[in-house]
Design a protein around this ligand. Structure first.
Ligand code: NAP
Length: 473
C-alpha cells in the first residue's frame, strides 16, 4: 500500500518515503511520504487561505460535513480495520473497536453544532452584548501510533465542526490508517486546506509545523518526553497547547472487593494493545490480606491470553510496535527483577518473526522501584502490596503521572472518598482504567497532560475562541 500527503486540495508524494512495517511479521507492508520543508510551508499557506471562508461557513453546514465523514468512514470500515490492525499491531477485535470509536467520534461531533452558539448578555445599559464562538485558527495535530484512528478522529472532528483548519502529522509507524481517514474526509467534501495530511518524521516535519509563526494551536498526543519538548519550543508564544501524555495507571484493590471481577477488568486493561495504551493498568495496589488471592485470579486470566499475529481471530494479545519497544520492555523487567521483583508470569522476549513480549506479572514490587514509577508501554503488570487504603492512596499518587486510576471495592462510600483524593484526570470505580468512551471528557493531570479535555463538548473549547460584541443602537 502506498499513500500520499494531502496538501491544499492535492494528493502529493514527499521528498522521500517512510517504510511501514507489520509488527506481527516484521514485513514491509507500505510506504508513506515524508514531507519536505516546502510541503510544510504549502500546507500552512493553504490553511491560511481557507481560514476565513471555512470560519464563515454555517455551523450546520460543517456539522453535515462531519456526519458525511462518519458515513465515508463507515463505507471503508473493513479497509480501515485491516490497515490499522496490520500497521498498528492491534488484534482484529481491538482494531474493529478502535475504528468504530473513530466513526462514533465523527457522528458525535456531527450533532454538536449547538455547542458553537453564543449568548446574549447584560442588556439594559444602552448596549446589547453578545458572545460569539469563533474558530481558533490553524491547528497542528500530532498523533501517536498506538491509537492510529481514534486519536486523529478526536482532533479532526471537533476542529472541523469549529471551522478551524487542521494539519495532521500522524506517527511514522502508522501513516496508512491516517491517510485512509483523510481520504474519507476529502471524499466527504471538505474544502481544500481545511483538513491536510503531512506525514513525516516527528523531529523534522512535526518540529517545522510547531515552529511556524502562523499557527494558533497545537494538539499533541504522545509521550511526556516529547510533550515537554514541544511545550519548551512553544514557550514565549501564545499558541494554545493541548498535551495528552503518558501514564502510570493504578488499580487499587481493597479487601472487600469482588476479586474475580477486579482481576477480569485489570487483565483486560493491562494487556489490551499489549499494554501499549496511555491508560493501560500497569500497577495493581492491593491490600495485603487479599494479595495472594487476587494475584492467583490475575494469573489464571493472564495464562489464558493468546499471543499471536493480529490477523488470527484467536489472538487476544498482539505484538509490540517494533523491536525497540520489545527491548525497552525487556529492560524494564530485567531491572525490576534485579531490584528484587519476581516475574511470576512471562518476563521474556518471545521468538519472532514479529515483535513479541510475553504478558508479564511482577510481584514483590516496592513503590521506590523504577517499575512502579515509570511508564513501560508494554504488557507488564506490577503488583504492590499495602496495609490499608491510606497507604494505597499514597502509593497511587506517588508518580509524576496523573492519567487514570481504578478503585475496586464493594463500599461505595470508601470509593467516593478515595476518588476525591486520587490525583488523576480519570477515576473508574469497579471498572477498567482503559477504554473511557464518548461523550466523556478525557485528559490527565500532572505530567500526563495539560488537563484540556479531549472528547465531549469540552473539546470544543480548545478549537474555538470567544468574542464579545457590544451593540449600541
Ligand atoms: P511519541 O514518540 O511522543 O510520538 C508522538 C508523535 O509525536 C508522533 O507523531 C511523533 O512522530 C511525533 N514527534 C516525535 N518527536 C517530535 C518532535 N520533536 N516534535 C514534534 N513531533 C514529534 O509517542 P509515541 O511513542 O508515538 O506514543 C506513545 C506515547 O503516547 C506513550 O507515552 C503514551 O502514554 C502516549 N499516549 C497518550 C495518550 C493520551 O491521551 N494521554 C494517548 C495515546 C498515547 P514520529 O512517529 O515520526 O516520531
Amino acid at each position: 500500500m502506498r499513500v500520499q500527503n494531502l496538501i491544499g486540495g492535492d494528493w502529493v508524494d514527499g521528498a522521500s518515503t517512510i517504510d511501514v512495517e507489520d509488527p506481527s511479521t516484521g514485513e514491509l507492508i507500505g510506504r508513506a511520504p515524508a514531507a519536505s520543508p516546502e510541503d510544510v510551508a504549502r500546507a500552512l499557506a493553504a490553511a491560511g487561505s481557507v481560514r476565513q471562508a471555512w470560519a464563515s461557513a454555517a455551523p450546520a453546514e460543517r456539522e453535515r460535513l462531519v456526519r458525511r465523514v462518519a458515513d465515508e468512514l463507515e463505507r471503508r470500515r473493513d479497509d480501515l480495520v485491516s490497515t490499522l490492525s496490520r500497521e498498528g499491531g492491534r488484534p482484529l477485535r481491538e482494531a474493529r473497536g478502535e475504528v468504530d470509536k473513530a466513526i462514533t467520534t465523527f457522528r458525535y461531533y456531527g450533532g454538536l453544532a449547538g455547542s458553537l452558539d453564543g449568548r446574549a448578555v447584560g442588556a439594559g445599559t444602552g448596549y446589547r452584548h453578545e458572545t460569539r464562538r469563533e474558530p481558533i485558527g490553524t491547528v497542528v495535530a500530532i498523533t501517536p501510533w498506538n491509537v492510529p484512528a481514534a486519536s486523529p478522529a478526536r482532533k479532526l472532528a471537533p476542529a472541523m465542526l469549529a471551522g478551524a483548519p487542521i494539519i495532521l502529522k500522524p506517527a511514522s509507524a502508522t501513516p496508512l490508517t491516517a491517510a485512509l481517514m483523510v481520504q474519507a474526509i476529502a471524499d466527504a467534501g471538505a474544502p481544500a486546506g481545511a483538513v491536510q495530511l503531512v506525514a513525516g518524521s516527528g523531529r523534522t516535519v512535526g518540529g517545522a509545523l510547531v515552529s511556524a509563526s502562523d499557527i494558533a494551536a497545537v494538539t499533541f498526543t504522545g509521550s511526556t518526553e516529547v510533550g515537554l519538548q514541544l511545550q519548551a519550543q512553544l514557550s514565549g508564544r501564545l499558541v494554545r497547547t493541548q498535551l495528552e501524555l503518558g501514564g502510570k495507571n493504578a488499580a487499587i484493590v481493597l479487601e472487600d472487593a469482588d476479586l474475580g471481577r477486579a482481576a477480569e477488568v485489570i487483565v483486560a486493561a493491562a494487556y489490551a494493545s499489549a499494554g501499549q495504551q496511555c491508560t493501560a493498568t500497569s500497577r495493581v495496589i492491593v491490600q495485603r490480606s487479599v494479595a495472594g488471592e487476587l494475584t492467583d485470579a490475575i494469573l489464571d486470566r493472564v495464562g489464558r491470553l493468546v499471543v499471536g499475529p493480529t490477523d488470527d481471530e484467536a489472538t487476544t494479545m498482539g505484538p509490540l510496535i517494533d523491536r525497540a519497544q520489545v527491548e525497552a520492555t525487556a529492560g524494564f523487567v530485567d531491572r525490576a527483577t534485579a531490584q528484587g521483583a519476581a516475574a511470576v508470569h512471562g518476563g521474556k522476549v518471545l521468538p519472532g518473526p514479529g515483535h513479541y513480549y510475553a504478558p508479564t506479572v511482577l510481584t514483590g514490587v516496592k513503590p521506590d522501584m523504577e517499575i512502579a514509577r515509570e511508564e513501560v508501554f508494554g504488557p507488564v503488570l506490577a503488583v504492590l502490596e499495602v496495609d490499608d487504603e491510606d497507604e494505597a492512596l499514597r502509593v497511587c499518587n506517588d508518580t509524576v503521572y496523573g492519567l487514570a486510576a481504578a478503585i475496586h471495592t464493594r463500599d461505595l462510600a470508601r470509593a467516593q472518598a478515595l476518588s476525591e483524593r486520587i490525583d488523576c484526570g480519570v477515576v473508574a470505580v469497579n471498572g477498567p482504567t482503559a477504554g473511557i468512551d464518548l461523550p466523556l471528557p478525557f485528559g490527565g493531570f500532572k505530567l500526563s497532560g495539560t488537563a484540556t479535555k479531549e472528547h465531549g463538548p469540552e473539546s470544543m473549547e480548545f478549537f474555538t475562541r470567544t468574542k464579545l460584541v457590544s451593540w449600541r443602537s
